[in-house]
Design a protein around this ligand. Sequence first.
Ligand SMILES: *[C@@H]1O[C@H](CO)[C@@H](O)[C@H](O)[C@H]1NC(C)=O
Ligand SMILES: *[C@@H]1O[C@H](CO)[C@@H](O)[C@H](O)[C@H]1NC(C)=O
Ligand SMILES: *[C@@H]1O[C@H](CO)[C@@H](O)[C@H](O)[C@H]1NC(C)=O
Length: 513
Amino acid sequence: MGQQKTVFWSQIMAPDKCLTVLVLVAGLCSSFTYAKLPNIVFIVADDLGFNDVGFNNPDILSPNIDKLASEGVILDQSYVHPVCTPSRSAFMTGLYPWKAGLQHGTIHPLQPVCAPYNVTFLPEVLRKQGYATHMVGKWHLGFCNWNCTPTYRGFDSFFGFYSGMEDYYAHTRDNGLDLRDDEKPDRLDGGIYSAELFAMRAKRIITNHDKNRPLFLYLPFQNVHAPVQVPRRYSNMYAHIQDETRRNFSGMVSAMDEAIGNITTALKEAGLYDNTLIAFTSDNGGSPFRGGNNFPLRGSKASIWEGGTRAVAFVHGPMLQKTGYRHNGKFHAVDWFQTFLAVAGGSPAANINMDSMNLWPMLKLGIDSARTEFVYHLDNKSPSLQGHAAIRVGDYKYIEGFPGLFSGWAEPPKVQQSQEYLNLDHDRDSLDAFYKYMQKSKTSPGYSGHGLYNIKDDPTEHKNLVQTMPQVVQEMKKKLKLAQQEMVPANDPPDDNKGNPNNFGGVWTPGWC
Ligand SMILES: *[C@@H]1O[C@H](CO)[C@@H](O)[C@H](O)[C@H]1NC(C)=O
Ligand SMILES: *[C@@H]1O[C@H](CO)[C@@H](O)[C@H](O)[C@H]1NC(C)=O
Ligand SMILES: *[C@@H]1O[C@H](CO)[C@@H](O)[C@H](O)[C@H]1NC(C)=O
């Protein structure tokens, strides 16, 4: 034994081997120096439907997104809320939106409301981990007070718009400009399509980033929310699509895809790509009335059917140990918070953001999800009839109340836009108008106020099991009741004309609540 040891050491210490050892030690040292926290680029697509991306639908041209998804992990059971504000609230706070009063529809620009001040935002906890935190794109979490806005909620910089929708070129909504560079109105970039504008800014942030610090870049695109607007070079890629709204909409996906391609290139050129986690999700389903599509899933944006809530989502990065597959583990909008915090080397704070789960082990290792249940949505505010709610436990989904705008299955070319629907006040983007419309044209095949679906066997929600499985229904109802007890009243005040851009030189501006 002793002799073997001696032989071993003499081999190691032989002059030629010594060099190897030194090189090894040096290699360890340098890899330790460079083993920094990963950069995180969190991309959100607005109103992107299940059937609106190349990896789910070959009619859509999104080669950059498809490549990232196929090299990473597609999250096949990743869920969001039915509309923008609640989902964004969940992304930023890790809380279910009904605990922040943000469950009812979206914040519209004259409403004096925003996410509660005492809730911790994701960029705040990442900043504590040493991250530079930047945001480019759409906020939609309120702006009536400066304390509501991104640079007061943890972002080092912000470039984008505060409200929920606007013109893609002029960056105006109604009578006001809504484009900011940090806190200053940006009057110079009118005319540039937002996907290009946002890609340019993201590129600049990436290029100028100090590599000694990890980067968090939150990139919620305007695409592909209404209005349907796109430069012709993108819609020209879709001669095979007859319907003009669908053709233009598809071009909007391709414009965003090109922007993501450009940002990926910028990450490579800056030497950040090899240590970057790219995460992508939609904020809710597509609206078949505005060019989007969720087929074969049921329903649309602003519904709690799968078409409104099952997100297009994936993660990509060298830190993922198993890639190139679809993970069918459950993931929910609230989970990005603790998951990113874990990526950033933080320990989960137990007292805040209780709804969020750290699902990094699932993403990184490809193991089962630790999440077995979640609440799709809760909203008890009139005029959503008796309110609506949905919960998922294992493979079962239970829905109660009015499921929301559009309960059918819409194939892309077959959707007709009714003039009545088009005349609705889309600018306000409020659910109230949708509900009024739905009350007139209420068709929910197989559903009349209660639904139980086995999402594994029946992902398109054709077979209501509510009559055949009463004991499962009872269990689900019990869980739903518990969740409902945690709901605070929706903070949904009437519009206040104090916020009118006329009072602020034609710019949507904080400072009136
Ligand atoms: C924030 O304040 C509200 C109202 O005082 C309270 O109900 C809620 O629990 C607080 N939330 C947190 C996360 O502290
Ligand atoms: C992507 O980069 C190319 C080359 O710089 C540019 O021409 C194009 O407009 C960019 N596209 C987007 C959507 O940013
Ligand atoms: C489609 O986009 C073109 C411009 O690229 C525009 O002229 C046309 O009106 C749009 N059509 C629809 C239905 O949105």
